[in-house]
Design a protein around this ligand. Structure first.
Ligand code: ADP
Ligand code: MG
Length: 463
């Protein structure tokens, strides 16, 4: 570990126990000025900070340093030494609007870097079709779209990291890649790395196994733009989270832009370390929701133009009114429809289109739901055991998801209250009624709950 990495790790720890204001005030522009044997000298920007660290935070700093160095460090001294720009802040601070730091820590020049425009293996490659030009903007995605464009215009600026979240098939991968494609277009030499979180995880694990951590670090820490898709896969993977944390810090401190997508907001990702959550939340968070009718029509029109296939307005409207879930389904329905009519060599009409769309209709989907599926999906979403969910415990972490199950059984399946009680481990019908009312009330004001239920429904109907 370099002294820079060591200090970043210390800052990462300290940040957890301090208020943001305190941390920013006292640890901004600090660094390890030198390390010799058991002694570490910490550089601070002014005498005031020096006095304060000596008086107030000495113990904490020493503890952190000792833990991180296996007790090699025994003595700490402080020295006033201005290093500007000093890439030593571990966290994005509220004042992210400040002039950006310019210098990055010295890097190993020999290390390989990934150019987006050079041939790479599948998961590292940007898909050229995901560009801003083909992205249709509607109310439900305009913030995410605007933020992505702002990032492409000024990477490493105020929206760092950019965190885009929302359900499946709503354009997250499209947007994150559009940022990459746009920046590569402007500067073909830029090192852009697009990677799914799964790929990052596998890469990390195999690098650990084969003892190739240096290559791994070089690959991820020396990029100009890191695009991580579907970060929710980090849940519960402690080693990978740790590594990602350091990658994140390193890039962030060098003013490298990071864009992340997830199927839910950071706080709702189970088993994600708090320090990662707070970093993700420090930049810009933007959600994408299901497109409304007008946007669905606009997307269909655009896709038809792309494919050079003409469809009557009436048919477009029909498709848009039947396929409501997400854009991927919408595209799927359109492709199916086009293939069918080309194969039969007949012109599409509203009547000829109808049978093709039955599998996309939410009504037919609803008929096929079973209580078991609802229970399993909710359990999966909250990372719970089905038995626990149906069990007796009234712990909040179980009780609330249980109420969501009851709500969904009523709302989506129109089940009777007594039968809902039965499904939920033999509870009384009044419990089911109460749960339904409670969730309905909460839904009015709780945006997170609205989002959770929206995602759960998407999962249910995607089964
Ligand atoms: P996600 O990553 O959110 O699951 P994707 O980005 O893979 O979704 O989107 C699924 C498909 O829908 C892709 O082919 C994408 O190009 C398309 N798509 C999604 N949103 C839009 C949009 N607003 N305009 C045009 N195409 C879109
Ligand atoms: Mg995706």
């Amino acid at each position: 570990m370099t002294t820079h990495e060591l200090w970043q790790a210390v800052l990462g720890e300290l940040e957890l126990s301090l208020s943001k204001a305190n941390f920013t005030t006292w640890f901004r522009n600090t660094f390890i000025a030198s390390q010799a044997g058991t002694e570490v000298c910490i550089g601070v920007p002014n005498a005031f900070t020096k006095a304060w660290l000596e008086k107030k935070y000495h113990r904490d700093i020493l503890n952190c340093l000792q833990n991180l160095t296996n007790h090699t460090v025994r003595v700490i001294s402080y020295r006033v030494e201005a290093r500007v720009p000093a890439p030593s802040m571990a966290v994005p601070v509220a004042a992210a609007q400040e002039p950006a730091y310019v210098a990055a820590p010295a890097q190993d020049a020999a290390a390989p870097v990934i150019h987006a425009n050079q041939p790479q293996s599948g998961e590292f490659t940007l898909n050229g079709k995901y560009v801003f030009g083909t992205f249709i903007v509607g109310k439900q995605n305009e913030l995410a779209h605007a933020a992505s464009q702002a990032v492409a215009a000024q990477p490493g600026g105020v929206y760092n990291p950019l965190f885009i979240y929302g359900g499946v098939g709503l354009g997250k991968t499209h947007l994150i890649q559009a940022v990459g494609n746009e920046l590569v277009r402007k500067n073909p030499n830029l090192n852009v790395l697009y990677v799914t979180c799964e790929r990052f995880t596998n890469d990390y694990i195999s690098s650990v196994r084969s003892g190739q951590m240096k290559q791994f670090k070089d690959r991820y820490r020396q990029v100009d733009l890191l695009l991580i898709d579907d970060i929710q896969f980090l849940k519960g993977k402690d080693g990978t989270q740790e590594e990602f944390f350091h990658t994140f810090n390193q890039l962030y401190q060098s003013n490298k832009q990071i864009v992340i997508t997830s199927d839910r907001p950071p706080k709702a990702i189970p088993e994600l370390e708090q320090r990662l959550i707070s970093r993700f939340e420090c930049g810009m968070m933007a959600d994408v929701g299901s497109p409304d009718f007008e946007t669905r029509v606009a997307i269909l029109e655009a896709k038809c133009r792309e494919k050079n296939y003409a469809l009557d307005r009436e048919i477009l409207h029909h498709v848009a009114s039947v396929v409501q879930t997400n854009v991927r389904e919408l595209e799927g329905a359109l492709n199916k429809l086009i293939a069918f009519h080309q194969f039969k060599n007949i012109p599409p009409t509203v009547e000829s289109v109808k049978p093709i769309l039955t599998s996309f209709s939410p009504n037919t989907n609803k008929k096929t739901l079973t209580p078991r599926q609802v229970i399993a999906t909710v359990a999966g979403y909250f990372d719970l055991n089905v038995d626990d969910l149906l069990g007796k415990s009234r712990e909040k972490r179980l009780a609330f998801p249980r109420q969501i199950v009851m709500y969904l059984l009523r709302e989506e399946m129109k089940s009777s209250y007594p039968s809902i009680g039965m499904e939920l481990g033999g509870r009384d019908h009044t419990t089911a009624m109460h749960a339904y009312d409670k969730i309905c009330t909460c839904l009015n004001e709780d945006e997170k709950l609205q989002h959770d239920i929206e995602l759960i429904k998407q999962k249910l109907y995607a089964l």
